[in-house]
Design a protein around this ligand. Structure first.
Ligand code: SF4
Length: 405
């Protein structure tokens, strides 16, 4: 098996994140437009950017999957049909759906691209997989609850492609079928509006003791009853590939560009190292360290332990790094432009991650000088593009971060 046969699918919340996921090793990216996908809050892509994104993916030999995976109410049908006709000219490699009604509308529009089925449809067995294949689906993103043994049995009994989540946030409900957000905040998770109430703090109140909040004690270490850990299967890549999984999916369209790029390069390194039989304890340690350096909740791979421990956690997000910015594509050896996401100061010691998707290469660098419109300044504010002089040369597309003490 070669790395061409395993697709690493990265999240692309906007065009900028999409490009960096590609620079850092994605084989495929998934993104939505302004309507009918399950992340209404991520910035998503408007019509012009959708076209640019598809062209960019084609130019870089990366697969593009467009998301139309929300569920349709009766009142949505007409506007979904209109929206599909407005994006039908794009040459997506695939469209991801959940609702079979959406599949009918896509076929009615004449679009002939492949259809991928969202994890929202909770596919866990080969009979469901066969049903979807018979109805025109080429790939199924399995329910996160599917065990590795079940993945293997699905592959042994069907010839459909399967995609499995390897990294990112988990729902405490079954495959994201959840009414909690709609109930508590009026925002429907199944329309892409989840407000993540399962991560809020909950207390128990006895009817006659208003204001007397009792903490839920779920286990010896924590008090929160719903809050889940993050999925991390970096050390299960071999099991997944051996089970016949065709594509590995990283969750997180609402997370940062730094997350999209770094998590992608780490998983790419794991896939290549496994397929080339070149893995080593040193590489494993580097990968684990890098995943610890993206903002995350405590990790778990417990979904595969047959639900012995669902991985609830009382701990908040772990954040050890500040995403400083990146070197723009038009930087060169003599002039280095940096787009900033957090303040950068003269004299800052930053850690640079280099855009080589086959190796994990980081370098420590020092900011010698910041030039704003050719004038020296001590600080670059967030969202600016300045010319920064470092103590060593860095290639375009390098990502800069500050390791927090
Ligand atoms: S509230 Fe939590 S469990 Fe429910 S859909 Fe949102 S993230 Fe998932």
């Amino acid at each position: 098996m070669t790395s061409d046969q395993i697709e690493l699918m990265a999240p692309a919340g906007n065009f900028e994140k999409l490009k960096f996921a590609v620079y850092y090793g994605a084989d495929g990216v998934y993104f939505g437009g302004k309507e009918f996908n399950l992340r209404d809050q991520s910035t998503n892509l408007d019509a012009d950017y959708i076209e640019q994104a598809v062209d960019f993916c084609r130019a870089n030999n990366v697969k593009s999957t467009f998301l139309l995976n929300s569920f349709l109410h009766e009142n949505d049908v007409y506007s979904a049909e209109k929206y599909i006709s407005s994006i039908a000219h794009n040459k997506f490699d695939a469209i991801m759906i959940s609702d079979p009604g959406m599949l009918s509308l896509i076929r009615k529009s004449g679009m002939m691209c492949r259809i991928h089925l969202s994890t929202q449809m909770s596919t866990l067995n080969h009979l469901s997989a066969r049903f979807w294949k018979d109805n025109g689906v080429s790939r199924i993103v399995l329910a996160r609850e599917t065990t590795i043994d079940e993945m293997k049995r699905i592959k042994d009994n069907t010839d459909i492609e399967i995609e499995a989540f390897v990294h990112g946030a988990l729902c405490i409900s079954y495959s994201g079928r959840c009414l909690l957000s709609r109930f508590l905040s009026g925002r429907d998770a199944n329309s892409g509006l989840c407000s993540h109430p399962c991560r809020w703090k909950f207390h128990l109140v006895e009817e006659k003791r208003e204001g007397h909040l009792l903490e839920f004690i779920e286990h010896s270490k924590g008090t929160e009853i719903l809050s889940s850990k993050d999925l991390c299967l970096i050390n299960r890549i071999a099991d997944l590939i051996n089970a016949g999984v065709d594509a590995l999916k990283i969750e997180g369209r609402m997370k940062s560009l730094y997350y999209a790029a770094n998590v992608t390069r780490v998983y790419k390194n794991a896939v290549i190292s496994f397929l080339q039989n070149s893995d080593s304890p040193a590489k494993i340690e580097i990968r684990e360290r890098e995943l610890d350096l993206v903002s995350h909740r405590p990790y778990t791979e417990d979904l595969f332990n047959e639900f012995g421990n669902m991985g609830f956690t009382p701990l908040p997000y772990i954040k050890k790094v500040l995403f400083s910015g990146y070197l723009t594509e038009d930087s060169n050896e003599s002039t280095t432009y940096v787009k900033s996401f957090n303040p950068i100061y003269t004299g800052d010691k930053l850690n640079a991650i280099l855009p080589d998707s086959s190796e994990i290469i980081n370098e420590d660098v020092t900011v010698l000088e910041i030039l704003e419109n050719d004038r020296p300044t001590d600080m670059q504010r967030p969202s600016q593009i300045c010319n920064i002089v470092f103590d060593k040369p860095l290639p375009p597309k390098t990502i800069l971060r500050k390791i927090l003490k």
